[in-house]
Ligand binder design. Structure first.
Ligand code: URA
Length: 204
């Protein structure tokens, strides 16, 4: 199970995106509407890496356009990182879900699925060469490091990976949205913004 046979040998993001639409490297394409490739300028100095597209992303074909994307936008603004200067993508390019009471409930991708999809991320990073790769959540960190890692062992720190010399790890915005207590959610969001300020400083 791997995307390798589907990834063309090119540094053209448009060609990579078109090829990803045809990827059959793992079974997740079967239940998804479409592949959701990364988006943003080729000149981006920072790449934000999520887990996988959600319901809205699956329908629109664009990353981070649902509730988690809304929170990410606000946090980026607070940290002084213009979203249009950032490239946003996911560890897994197809929506993974299961039906529950007629709703499409998202399911976490396995580490095998993340590894299968990693060649797309490698291809994106070979084009972009960003100053900083920001992992939003544990699945993104597993993809960036290319092995099992625990979020809390790396949170708020920069590490070197084969994808980027400065790979930063923080929470996924969905984790913030799931905190039921408003005060706790506010505090956690402030800490998330503080993490993004570290990234902004590194970008200079
Ligand atoms: N969550 C993600 O990890 N990625 C998206 O694109 C949207 C929600």
């Amino acid at each position: 199970m791997s995307a390798v046979p589907f990834v063309p040998d090119t540094r053209d993001l448009g060609r990579l995106r078109a090829a990803a639409a045809e990827c059959r490297g793992c079974p997740l394409y079967e239940n998804a509407t479409q592949a959701v490739f990364g988006e943003g300028p080729e000149s981006a100095e920072v790449v934000f890496l999520g887990e996988k597209p959600g319901d809205r992303e699956d329908r629109t074909g664009k990353p981070f356009v649902g509730p988690a994307g809304g929170l990410l936008d606000k946090a980026l603004e607070a940290a002084g990182i213009p979203r249009d200067k950032a490239y946003v993508t996911n560890a897994v390019k197809h929506f993974k879900w299961e039906s529950q009471g007629g709703r499409r409930l998202h399911k976490k991708p396995t580490e095998r699925e993340i590894a299968a999809c990693r060649p797309w991320l490698q291809a994106e990073m070979a084009v972009l060469h960003p100053k900083v790769l920001v992992c939003l959540g544990a699945s993104a960190a597993v993809s960036a490091f290319g092995r099992h890692v625990r979020l809390m062992d790396f949170r708020s720190t920069f590490s070197s990976t084969d994808l980027a010399e400065a790979t930063f790890v923080t929470l996924h915005p969905s984790a913030l949205l799931r905190i039921p207590d408003p005060d706790q959610r506010h505090q956690a969001t402030e800490r998330f913004i503080a993490d993004l300020r570290q990234v902004a400083e590194r970008l200079g």
